[in-house]
Design a protein. Structure first.
Length: 502
């Protein structure tokens, strides 16, 4: 037996995919974990045949169950099936779920370091610091400091209480309930019973900066703190949430670090995520927006209006472009002219796509003139019912964030990579049909990217700075108004109390 397997581990790996697919990222994780323990693979749902075969061949045990209770239900089912007495066959039981991606380095360092911490009864990969949250804090709104449930390791001294915990837990009916009844309470529950715990990744110096370091600064944890995993959600978390806790660059920094400094197949992960996560969120987190590069030697082939109307097959290895009809008028029409195609822009856009293998579709960014964005939003709302019907007809199963328009199309033209459309493109008979193209590319694992000139980029920065300054002013006025109203109300209540003798 090798040194790595001297500690006998049972690793219960929770998985979920709405399609029943074990994607490449999960397979990568499980294959790496096999060197350090036996894998009990539990999935909420039924796996499609290829994934089922892989899991049976790779893991010590496969359990398919109804999609009920989220991770809590999966872990509970697995542990009850294993039985309390059987846990004594293992030196450590690990609960891990598919929301972690990696490893990006050898797991030997982590397991060796934590094996040396013999005083611990349980440990985790990372911790979340205390905070106030109405969503996750239960009745009192307080979230205690805790080990995060994506990776927990338990040792024999607490097996009996650990098993009882899962026997008695009730199944959550929402993601929020899963967090409030299990993730945020597990650490406090066992700590109150006298069991000792710690996290492998030390982030105590960041506790007054971030409550959730693995999401806020994943590159820091990987590069400087030997964290072998990161959250898949880094690449598709709602961007508004990201901006409330960070400067919005964490996902892009993580992607570039993984791509340039590690051997982790991050592009494969992105391709796996695209068909099942909102395209708009991924576009924002990964900043699929670029400056135009030097022109390529080749010019993309134009798809004629007749080809678009009947649908067209695309030849592998080639780039194509189509013109986007423009119904703008007045000042808006003037600014939309910047999106018009010309030879140099077309060649530069092809160069960009050659350099970005994930890009299946590209087009110019929307001009900064406010009416352009207003019209696009109005058009999106008008086109949405018909778009959803056509998605269903074409078998497009990608998630759609209906609240905001897709990044493309914006106007002028679109460039297509043939590989992103292996079945060709469907008939494009109205301007609204163009929304289908980024969704088709997405289902096939390709991103849609926008681009602009250096002058546009500089203007965009100044516009954003001006908007930020304006928002700060609005916020200050709102706070001042709220205070004035509060003081006025208190004064009225004070007079009323005196008059009423209360």
């Amino acid at each position: 037996m090798t040194e790595r397997l001297m500690k006998k581990r049972l690793i219960i790996y929770f998985h979920y995919d709405p399609r029943g697919v074990v994607d490449s990222s999960c397979k990568f994780s499980v294959s790496a974990l096999r060197e350090y323990g036996q894998i009990y693979f539990v999935t909420n749902g039924v796996l499609e045949p290829e994934s089922h075969h892989w899991a049976e061949q790779t893991c010590a045990c496969l359990q398919e169950r109804e999609n009920r209770g989220f991770d809590v239900g999966a872990y509970r089912n697995a542990l009850l099936a294993i039985g309390c007495s059987a846990l004594d066959n293992w030196d450590e039981v690990v609960l891990m779920n598919y929301t972690l991606a990696g490893p990006v380095c050898s797991l030997h360092t982590m397991f060796e370091a934590m094996d040396a911490r013999r005083e611990l009864d349980f440990w985790g990969l990372t911790r979340h610091y205390a905070m106030k949250s109405r969503r996750f804090g239960g009745r009192n709104g307080k979230v205690p400091e805790h080990l995060q449930s994506h990776f927990l390791a338990v040792r024999p001294r607490m097996y009996k209480d650990f098993f009882a915990y899962w026997q008695n837990i009730w199944l959550p009916e929402s993601y929020e309930e899963s967090v409030t009844i299990h993730e945020t309470q597990f650490t406090r529950h066992f700590s109150s019973l006298g069991y000792r715990w710690d996290s492998y990744v030390d982030t105590n110096d960041l506790s007054d900066v971030f409550v959730n370091p693995i999401m806020a600064c994943p590159r820091e944890l990987i590069e400087h703190r030997n964290c072998p995993f990161f959250k898949r959600r880094s690449f598709f978390t709602p961007y508004a949430d990201e901006l409330r806790r960070t400067d919005g660059q964490s996902a892009g920094e993580l992607y570039r670090y993984l791509k340039m400094k590690t051997e982790y197949p991050v592009d494969t992960l992105i391709a796996d995520l695209l068909p099942v996560e909102p395209l708009s969120a991924m576009s924002q987190n990964l900043h699929w927006h670029y400056l135009l590069a030097e022109p390529a030697e080749i010019l993309p082939q134009e798809l004629t209006e007749a080809e678009l109307r009947r649908g067209a097959s695309l030849e592998a290895g080639k780039f194509y472009f189509l013109r986007v009809p423009d119904s703008a008028n007045g000042a808006e029409s003037y600014y939309m002219r910047s999106c018009a195609p010309n030879s140099e822009t077309l060649r530069s856009a092809v160069r960009l796509m050659q350099n970005c293998s994930l890009a299946g579709l590209s087009g110019p960014a929307l001009p900064l003139f406010p009416q352009c964005a207003e019209r696009k939003f109005s058009q999106w709302k008008a086109d949405l019912p018909d778009l959803e019907r056509k998605m269903k007809k074409l078998g497009l199963r990608v998630p759609l964030d209906t609240a905001q328009p897709l990044e493309l199309p914006n106007g002028g033209f679109l460039i297509l990579r043939a590989e992103a459309f292996p079945q060709g493109i469907p008939p494009i008979q109205t301007a609204g049909d163009l929304w289908l193209l980024p969704l088709i590319a997405q289902q096939n694992g390709y991103a849609s990217v926008t681009f602009e000139t250096q002058e546009q980029a500089m203007a965009r920065c100044d516009v954003l700075n001006a908007m930020a300054a304006e928002n700060r002013g609005v916020k200050a006025k709102a706070v001042g108004l709220a205070r004035a109203l509060k003081h006025g109300l208190n004064e009225k209540l004070s007079h009323k109390s005196i008059a009423g003798g209360k």
